[in-house]
Design a protein around this ligand. Structure first.
Ligand code: NAP
Length: 257
């Protein structure tokens, strides 16, 4: 069993990796006081081991104050690759408070032979891509809850949307005909394939989030020869990145004075 040198760690979470990290810290670094932070968007989030706080900090300045007030020694940014605002706030706050920061993040997926990806920068570009002829009009929207109003585009009026969400949310009127599928991943490729076939989906809208948990739909689309309109992740925050939990735990050890 390792001995933790830093004593107070803040994990910026909201991902499976962040929960796994909190559990490993509890089991392997018992001297470390770990607090996980969630944005508080999901009403019934999957909870990490150990202490939890929820809700925004109030930008970089609010996070800097939090780091000072709670005398945080180390911060690990284990947020989702698309959560650019909180990652940018962590960069500024850690610098201002002189708190060492590590980014725990999966790499984006790379295209494999037979993938039919249409990379797009944002949901507006995704809506434009979906309106292009030749993709069909039955869309599995597996890109999360944000930016869905972009799909209320008049060029997409004849489209059928199957929108998969973790929790119900209010949609724009123009999406009143969309079908909502409430489900929480991960979904295996075989399960995704059955969904795509059963609903006669012609195109998938997804985020290039990397990692195994969301990959089932990508593999299923490939197997069925379906196109995927794929949102590209924002540029990663600066600083040291690791992809696996062992490396993150080593960083906590190595960061010892
Ligand atoms: P975002 O755009 O980077 O953040 C928006 C604001 O939410 C931040 O400025 C911050 O508010 C607050 N916030 C975000 N993450 C937080 C955290 N872990 N703890 C405390 N406050 C947080 O983030 P987002 O894309 O909305 O994602 C929100 C959360 O959901 C993140 O924790 C992320 O890991 C998780 N998540 C996101 C996605 C996705 O596709 N974006 C997917 C799965 C999970 P203040 O400015 O007030 O501090």
């Amino acid at each position: 069993m390792k001995t933790a040198s830093p004593t107070r760690l803040l994990i910026l979470g909201g991902t499976a990796e962040a929960r796994e990290l909190a559990a490993r810290c509890r089991d392997e670094l018992p001297g470390l006081q770990v607090t996980s932070s969630l944005a508080g968007r999901t009403r019934a989030p999957l909870l990490p081991a150990g202490a939890l706080r929820s809700g925004g900090f109030g930008g970089a300045e609010g996070l800097r104050r939090y780091l000072r007030e709670y005398r945080i020694d180390r911060l690990i940014d284990a947020t989702h690759p698309f959560a650019a605002a909180i990652s940018a706030a962590a960069v500024a706050a850690c610098e201002a408070a002189a708190v060492p920061r590590l980014v725990l993040r999966r790499s984006p997926w790379l295209p494999q032979p037979n993938d039919r990806w249409l990379p797009v920068a944002d949901m507006t570009a995704a809506a434009a891509a979906l309106a292009a002829p030749g993709l069909g009009r039955r869309v599995l929207v597996a890109s999360g809850s944000r930016g869905l109003s972009a799909l209320a585009d008049r060029n997409l009026l004849g489209h059928y949307f199957l929108i998969r969400l973790i929790e119900p949310q209010t949609l724009p009127d123009a999406l009143a005909g969309a079908e909502i599928l409430l489900a929480r991943g991960p979904f295996a490729a075989a399960e995704e394939r059955r969904l795509l076939q059963r609903r006669r989906i012609s195109v998938v809208l997804a985020k290039n989030s990397g990692g195994a948990a969301g990959y089932g739909k990508i593999a299923a689309a490939r197997a069925l020869g379906l196109p995927v309109v794929l949102l590209q992740p924002p540029p990663p925050p600066p600083g040291r990145h690791v992809e696996d939990l062992d490396a993150a735990l080593n960083w906590l050890d190595d960061a010892a004075p």
